[in-house]
Design a protein around this ligand. Structure first.
Ligand code: AMP
Ligand code: GLY
Length: 434
């Protein structure tokens, strides 16, 4: 098979790395790829050809059998529809179904319509009306840009002043561009967060291993939200009881609801959950693999991913089995100083050669590029250093051992990735060494 992977972040590196291991796959194209993706086995990077149509033409010319779309933007723009119209197979939801992530207002209305547990909310296209509602509700409260904002459009406001300023930031100053045409103002939920991902073919559902992201930029969940500063899998907060509730009350209703609306959902459904006393509520839906969650999940995955991707498109997901290593995996994101705000690019990354041969460690590249034979920083999130360990603690230690050998000026990473899992697991043993 020839596979095309769309995207150039850590998630796409993990996908390419995993897909390259499939005996079914002979050749991989990645666009635009990054410094790490382009060095993977079987893989060739091509520059972004400029439009979805041009990419579909490329896939046709090269005889690509399967296209795997990493990020949300092309999905929201309808890449799957464009490819389908040319008789090409692309993994992910169609444009209509991708609205589940592309519009928070759509997603909240969908949840309300199909009885999926989520925070109380109201949608506004007028900043004054939004502010009046916020004043009546009081703080803490959450203000979200309706459209896509690279994971940064949800503003959790502790005070009334912050919430009123958030409306101005999104709707008046247009910090997230057109994504701020409307805002969703939402009840503040407490509990512990987790990411629950499942693959679906529009009919059947296959849950993936649970994981937990770390969205805020600083330790102890302080500072502004980012795309994600680290993740681990499995997530002990997803107990068997929670798992069952999520499948019955959230995942199954998404599949049924999307079918009911005439847009069967194919691809990955990612529910960002807030869990309190084993009761899950949805914070948001994403319509693709999580980044960085994909890194630890795919590092743990033992079986071939490709048959599941194909079955999601062609149907028959009930015939596929996905198995995992018993070990835990932890991914620590190393970011450019200043991210998620302004940051400089182009620093040479030192130490990559020292971690290349570390057992149980894989460095997934995100914002990197190759320049004069050297890997340089080229984005906000730069690397996802991912390690397997017999226990979460071992995986954490392995990951940080590798992180400490890597350096560039201004590098920033959280020092507490996985700490919440450790707290939950205190006193419990783990399953064997890496
Ligand atoms: P979202 O992009 O909607 O997932 O929001 C990003 C982050 O903001 C989440 O991972 C949570 O940490 C936080 N958040 C979003 N919605 C809420 C809410 N209703 N209550 C509390 N925190 C929230
Ligand atoms: N890690 C959060 C996301 O993928 O949106």
């Amino acid at each position: 098979m020839k596979v095309l992977v769309v995207g150039g972040g850590g998630r796409e590196h993990a996908l390419v790395w995993k897909i390259a291991q499939s005996p079914l796959v002979k050749e991989i194209y990645a666009t635009p790829g990054n410094g790490g993706i382009c060095r993977e086995a079987k893989t060739q990077c091509i520059p972004w050809p400029g439009s979805l149509e041009a990419l579909a033409d490329f896939a046709s010319e090269k005889g690509v059998d399967l296209t795997v779309v990493g990020p949300e933007d092309p999905l929201a723009q309808g890449i799957v529809d464009v490819f389908q119209a040319k008789g090409l197979k692309a993994f992910g939801p169609c444009k209509e179904a991708a609205q589940l992530e592309g519009s928070k207002a759509f997603s909240k209305d969908f949840m309300k319509r199909y009885g999926i547990p989520t925070a109380e909310y109201k949608v506004f296209s007028d900043p004054h009306a939004a502010k009046e509602y916020i004043k009546a509700q009081g703080a803490p409260i959450v203000v979200k840009a309706d459209g896509l904002a690279a994971g940064k459009g949800a503003l959790v406001c502790r005070t009334l002043e912050e919430a009123l300023a958030a409306v101005d930031r999104i709707m008046v100053e247009r910090a997230f561009g057109d994504a701020g045409d409307r805002v969703v103002v939402e009840e503040f939920l407490t509990g512990e967060e987790a990411s629950f991902l499942a693959i679906t073919d529009g009919e059947h559902l296959y849950p993936l291993a649970g994981s937990q992201d770390h969205k805020p930029v600083y330790d102890n969940d302080e500072g502004p939200n980012t795309g994600g500063m680290g993740a681990y899998s499995p997530a002990p907060v997803i107990t068997p009881a929670v798992h069952q509730k999520v499948m019955e009350r959230i995942m199954r209703p998404v599949v049924e609801g999307m079918k009911d609306m005439g847009h069967p959902f194919k691809g990955v459904i990612y529910a960002g959950l807030m869990i309190k006393e084993e009761e899950p509520k949805v914070l948001e839906f994403n319509v693709r693999f999580g980044d960085p969650e994909a890194q630890p999940i795919l590092m743990r995955m033992e079986s071939d991913l490709v048959p599941a991707l194909v079955a999601s498109i062609e149907g028959g997901l009930d015939q596929v089995e996905i198995t995992y290593k018993r070990q835990a995996a932890v991914c620590v994101v190393m970011a450019s100083g200043g991210y998620p705000g302004k940051y400089e690019k182009g620093f040479v990354i030192e130490g990559l050669d020292q971690v290349e041969n570390m057992e149980c460690v894989k460095v997934f590249h995100a914002g990197t590029a190759e320049k004069d034979g050297k890997i340089v920083t080229n984005g906000g999130r730069v690397l996802g250093v991912t390690a397997l360990g017999g226990t979460i603690k071992e995986a954490i230690n392995q990951a940080y051992e590798a992180v400490e050998r890597i350096y560039w000026p201004g590098v920033h990473y959280r020092k507490d990735i996985g700490a919440k899992a450790l707290k939950r697991l205190e006193g419990r043993g783990g399953p064997g060494a890496c």
